[in-house]
Write a protein that binds this ligand. Structure first.
Ligand code: SF4
Ligand code: SF4
Length: 299
C-alpha cells in the first residue's frame, strides 16, 4: 500500500490512520457535526432548513467539516431472505429500483484525506501539508486565500470562508491525534458509524461488514473509497454505502485532478521550445537577404 506520510518525508511515520464511516448504522443524530464544531470552534451554519430534507447545510464547507446527508427516497420492495430455520429476515435497504415504502439513507461525509491529494499539490504556500499520520491538514495561519485548492479537490470538500478568503476543511483532529486521542466525531458517534483507526485494519473490518450485510440480503451494500487502485490512490476516509455513490452526492469515479500536470508541463515545454526555435529561425532567415542587399548597394 502507498505510504503518503513516508513519501512526504516522515521517516518514522506511525501507521496511517483514517475513518471508516459505516452508513448502515448511521441514525442521523448529527452528534458528529456538533462534536466537530465544538472541538474545532467552527462558526455556526444557521438554523434554517434547506427545504429538501432535514438538512441545514446541504454539503461540506469552510465551517462544516462533517456533514450528515439525509436522503429520503422510495425503498425497493424488500426481498425476504429465508434462513435455515425457516424464518425470513427482511433487509434494511437494497439497491433496487423502488416500489416499496419510503426509506432514509444517512451518511456523515467528510474530507477523504486522499492518498494523492490534489489540494495539497496545488497549494503554493505549503498551508496544506501531509502529516505523519498520512492525513491532509490545512494551516489557517499560512493560507493566503488564493483558492487554488478549491477547484483541485475532486470531491468538492475544501472551501474558502467568505469573511477572509482562507480555506478550511477537516483536519482529522490533528491536535487530538498528537495527544493520542481519537477525532471528536468518532468519539461522539453513538452507533459507531464513524470508526477511527489504522487504515489497514479499517479496510479489513469494512470488507467483513460488507460480507455480513450482503449475506443478510442487503445487496446494495458496497464500499466507497476503500480501493487503493481508485483515481486518488485510495481514500484515508472511506465509506460503506447502501446505494450508488451518486445517491449520496458523491462522485462515482473521482480522479486526482493534478494527475495530468506532468504531461501538460511536458507539452507546454515542447510548445515553448518550438516557439523559440521558430522565432530564432525566422530571425536568421529574414537577416540573410537584407545583408545581401546591403552588400549589393555598397558596390
Ligand atoms: S478530499 Fe479534497 S480536500 Fe480532502 S484531501 Fe482529498 S483533495 Fe484534499
Ligand atoms: S454521530 Fe454517528 S449516528 Fe449520529 S449522525 Fe454522525 S455518524 Fe450518524
Amino acid at each position: 500500500m502507498a505510504d503518503p506520510a513516508r513519501d512526504a518525508g516522515h521517516v518514522d511515520a506511525p501507521p496511517r490512520v483514517g475513518f471508516f464511516t459505516d452508513t448502515s448504522v448511521c441514525i442521523g443524530c448529527k452528534a458528529c457535526e456538533v462534536a466537530c464544531k465544538e472541538w474545532n470552534a467552527l462558526p455556526e451554519d444557521g438554523l434554517s432548513l434547506t427545504g429538501m430534507s432535514y438538512d441545514n447545510t446541504a454539503g461540506l464547507g469552510a465551517s462544516t467539516w462533517r456533514h450528515v446527508a439525509f436522503i429520503e427516497q422510495t425503498a425497493p420492495e424488500p426481498a425476504g431472505v429465508p434462513k435455515a430455520d425457516g424464518r425470513t429476515e427482511l433487509p434494511l435497504a437494497d439497491g433496487g429500483s423502488g416500489g416499496g415504502d419510503l426509506r432514509w439513507l444517512m451518511s456523515s461525509d467528510v474530507c477523504k484525506h486522499c492518498t494523492h491529494a490534489a489540494c495539497l499539490d496545488v497549494c503554493p504556500t505549503g498551508s496544506l501539508f501531509r502529516t505523519e499520520f498520512g492525513t491532509v491538514v490545512v494551516q489557517e495561519d499560512i493560507c493566503n486565500g488564493c483558492g487554488y485548492c478549491v477547484p483541485a479537490c475532486p470531491y468538492g470538500v475544501i472551501e474558502q470562508r467568505p469573511s477572509d478568503g482562507r480555506a478550511f476543511k477537516c483536519t482529522l483532529c490533528y491536535d487530538r491525534l498528537g495527544a493520542g486521542q481519537e477525532p471528536a466525531c468518532a468519539k461522539a458517534c453513538p452507533t459507531e458509524s464513524i470508526r477511527f483507526g489504522p487504515l489497514e485494519e479499517l479496510r479489513e473490518r469494512a470488507a467483513l461488514r460488507v460480507d455480513q450485510l450482503q449475506a443478510a440480503g442487503v445487496s446494495g451494500a458496497r464500499l466507497y473509497g476503500a480501493d487503493p487502485a481508485n483515481g486518488v490512490g485510495g481514500d484515508g476516509a472511506f465509506f460503506l454505502l447502501l446505494d450508488e455513490p451518486e445517491v449520496y452526492g458523491l462522485p462515482p469515479d473521482p480522479v486526482v485532478t493534478t494527475r495530468d500536470l506532468p504531461t501538460m508541463w511536458k507539452h507546454a515545454g515542447g510548445a515553448a521550445l518550438s516557439l523559440v526555435g521558430g522565432f530564432l529561425l525566422s530571425f536568421v532567415l529574414s537577416g540573410r537577404p537584407q545583408g545581401t542587399a546591403r552588400r549589393k548597394g555598397r558596390r
